[in-house]
Write a protein that binds this ligand. Structure first.
Ligand code: BTN
Length: 323
């Protein structure tokens, strides 16, 4: 297809002006055909600057996700085998869970440009506007007990922090159990959903969904949310971010099986928690009460002391900081 060939040509000449005449000659087509295809690419979201009388340049700010673009930065072997890219979907987690999971390989990955019904924890919505975030879900088939399921979220959270650090050199922190923060504002959320086989009495599969804000942040949440663009002023991060996240998540997830490495992952997660020693409100799905966070245990369960002095270990639930 001429359009794809033009795109490849522009990628190869990134940063330089390429004339319509040069491409017309190279592809043996008319300059009008080149112009029409450039327009079509622009409509698809590619940022191609048109220089009057001189030609076209593909901007560094391009934030279009392509399998080729992601694969060019991948080192992962298992998670990279099957990546499905969707332009719009209700929710990448719901979509993945609706597939025939037993027939799909571990590491199957779904990424969408936009989610119309993005989901967060505790039944909340996850606002997922077109191309303003990385919305990605992974299928995993871990050999762990239900008590250890939290560890998958831990791996994902550490992978997100590492990927962002690799890309932008910044340190992000974690709010137990699934939120990534930068400067007190939420940057990313993780939703881990497991299917349990009653027959086999074990976890059959786990879908881990990660949503990282990369673009504009809606005005009404500017006080509590942030994005990679807000932090760094950089656009065009979704492809390298997706690849870095896939690479890091694969490394960390497979390290879980080794006792010493598992401890290192938990330690890294603990080091990034910004809630230790802080007063929080706990929502354990039945009631809401204040407590002080003491730390986490080897399964990343939260250790707290309530205002009555009772020491508790929470495997699930949600906390919010008391300011
Ligand atoms: C939260 O903040 O409570 C979790 C948000 C998780 C959002 C991601 S985006 C990809 C995947 N698909 C969803 O519907 N949710 C997760």
């Amino acid at each position: 297809m001429l359009k794809n060939k033009i795109l490849k040509y522009l990628y190869a000449s990134k940063g330089n002006i390429v004339t319509g005449g040069e491409m017309a000659e190279y592809f043996n087509v008319s300059r009008t055909a080149i112009w029409k295809n450039i327009k079509a690419l622009q409509e698809e979201g590619y940022i191609i600057a048109t220089h009057k009388n001189s030609g076209y340049t593909l901007s560094d700010d391009n934030d279009v996700l392509t399998i080729e673009g992601i694969e060019s930065c991948l080192t992962a072997k298992v998670f990279a085998k099957r990546i499905e890219l969707l332009s719009s979907i209700t929710s990448t987690n719901s979509y993945l869970k609706g597939l025939d999971l037993p027939s799909l390989p571990e590491g199957y990955t779904v990424i969408a440009d936009c989610q119309t019904e993005g989901r967060g924890r505790m039944g909340r919505k996850f606002h997922s506007p077109n191309r303003e975030g990385l919305y990605i879900s992974f299928l995993l088939k871990p050999s762990i007990s239900t008590a250890e399921i939290q560890l998958v979220t831990v791996c994902a959270a550490v992978a997100v922090c590492r990927a962002i650090n690799l890309l932008l050199g910044i340190q992000t922190s974690i709010k137990w159990v699934n939120d990534i923060f930068y400067n007190d504002k939420k940057l990313c959320g993780i939703l881990t959903e497991a299917t349990f086989s009653a027959e086999l009495n074990r976890i059959e599969s786990v879908v881990v969904g990660i949503g990282i804000n990369t673009g504009k942040v809606a005005k009404d949440v500017l006080g509590i949310a942030t994005s990679l663009y807000q932090i760094s002023g950089k656009k065009g991060l979704r492809e390298p971010l997706a690849a870095a996240l896939i690479n890091e998540f694969e490394k960390i997830y497979f390290a879980l099986g080794e006792e010493s490495k598992r401890k290192q992952i938990i330690d890294e997660y603990r080091d990034r928690l910004f809630i230790i020693g802080k007063k929080v409100m706990i929502n354990n799905f039945r009631s809401v009460y204040p407590a002080i966070v003491r730390g986490i245990d080897a399964n990343a369960s939260l250790l707290v002391t309530t205002s009555e002095g009772e020491e508790q270990t929470l495997r699930s639930g949600e906390i919010s900081l008391i300011l």
